[in-house]
Write a protein that binds this ligand. Structure first.
Ligand SMILES: CCCCC/C=C\C/C=C\C/C=C\C/C=C\CCCC(=O)SCCNC(=O)CCNC(=O)[C@H](O)C(C)(C)COP(=O)(O)OP(=O)(O)OC[C@H]1O[C@@H](n2cnc3c(N)ncnc32)[C@H](O)[C@@H]1OP(=O)(O)O
Length: 182
């Protein structure tokens, strides 16, 4: 339950702006059963030096994907001292990166490979260093190559207060997007 004294963003039920709201006739797909295996295969081909989820990346977020329920993707990470902005608090860009990771995971679970086209974030509460941040994301619609994905970061547990809300558009790309010489 929200009250008028809460920030406007907290009173909205979604982070989505008109730009990240899918068309009303967009299909809302469920997780593709083969997508998790595909993510593992792609990781084996490309390696995993990802700032968000690479398990051995120094100063990375080392986000742990914990599964999905057919529509929502779940993950968590612990805010480290090297993720600080203001003393003792997570940097907003770090939190945007964490949202990018869970939103991207949700997109990849649709089957196919996606990159971030647009990312919107609402910061609702400060996130202390040492916090375990619980991330969730789900697709709200697919329109051609565009997947509209929304997510939240919660503190203190999967049902804890929302610290960050995000809404996004991910664009489907071929595997060559990641492998071609530039
Ligand atoms: C990525 C992870 C790889 C790691 C691999 C390791 C292990 C893999 C395992 C698991 C992976 C799991 C999860 C992934 C987790 C995290 C994900 C992080 C993702 C990122 O951190 S990724 C980096 C940031 N990201 C970029 O680096 C993109 C740069 N960019 C481009 O590369 C091009 O810009 C591109 C390809 C986006 C489009 O180019 P293009 O030429 O192919 O297509 P085009 O421009 O025609 O757009 C087609 C339709 O998308 C619409 N559209 C395009 N852009 C839009 C925007 N900004 N807003 C709204 N709509 C947009 C158009 O309006 C059109 O819509 P329509 O069809 O309706 O006209």
């Amino acid at each position: 339950m929200t009250s008028p004294s809460e920030p406007r963003a907290a009173r909205r039920s979604s982070a989505a702006s008109p730009l990240t709201t899918p068309p009303s006739d967009a299909a809302v797909p469920v997780v593709d059963a083969s997508a998790v295996r595909d993510m593992e295969d792609v990781g084996e081909v490309l390696g995993n030096a990802c700032f968000g989820c690479g398990p051995d990346v120094p100063h990375g977020l080392r986000i742990r994907r914990t599964g999905h329920d057919g529509s929502t993707a779940y993950a968590e990470f612990t805010v480290q001292p090297e993720h600080q902005g203001a003393p003792g608090l997570a940097h907003g860009g770090i939190l945007a990166s964490a949202m990018d990771e869970i939103l991207g995971t949700s997109a990849w679970l649709l089957g196919g490979r996606y990159v971030t086209g647009r990312l919107e974030t609402d910061y609702l509460a400060p996130v202390p260093v040492g916090s375990v941040v619980h991330l969730t994301a789900r697709c709200t619609g697919v329109d051609g190559r565009k997947a509209y994905i929304e997510g939240e970061a919660r503190l203190g547990g999967p049902d804890g207060p929302i610290a960050v809300r995000a809404a996004s558009i991910f664009i489907k790309v071929p595997l060559e997007h990641f492998t071609k010489e530039r």
